[in-house]
Design a protein around this ligand. Structure first.
Ligand code: SF4
Ligand code: SF4
Length: 118
């Protein structure tokens, strides 16, 4: 996962002009990465949890970015992940590659639960 994260195009980026050096991002990082000192987080340990962007008090100072795409908010990222998961599951089911002991009814109820948990 770490190697994939390093090779991927998505990074936490800090705008050095607007950053006020409060260190909240570094303090909350579960992997003790020195976020407040870096322009871009390039670390196999960054899980992309976005805790650092959540606590940053300055709008736009710290963002999760992917080249060529709009800035990721936690909501947008969550929706894309759930959408990809559902698309993958349905594609596997339609093409006959989904092997599960879950009945179609139980599967449907689980999806309803996930979708209503917002
Ligand atoms: S996204 Fe999470 S793991 Fe990565 S630098 Fe921010 S707080 Fe640390
Ligand atoms: S939380 Fe935001 S403003 Fe504070 S040091 Fe980190 S990037 Fe800069």
């Amino acid at each position: 996962m770490g190697l994939l994260a390093l090779a991927g195009p998505t990074r936490i980026e800090r705008n050095q002009r607007s950053c006020i050096n409060c260190r909240r991002c570094t303090d909350i990082c579960p992997h003790q990465l020195p976020v407040h000192q870096k322009a871009r987080i390039k670390s196999a340990e960054c899980s992309g949890c976005m805790d650092c962007t959540r606590v940053c008090p300055v709008t736009g100072a710290l963002q999760l970015k992917t080249k060529g795409l709009p800035v990721w908010s936690q909501l947008r990222l969550g929706l894309v992940i759930v959408g990809l998961f559902i698309a993958l599951v349905y594609t596997a089911r339609i093409t006959g590659h989904w092997q599960s002991s879950l009945s179609p009814y139980e599967f449907h109820m689980r999806l309803v639960e996930i979708e209503s948990s917002d």
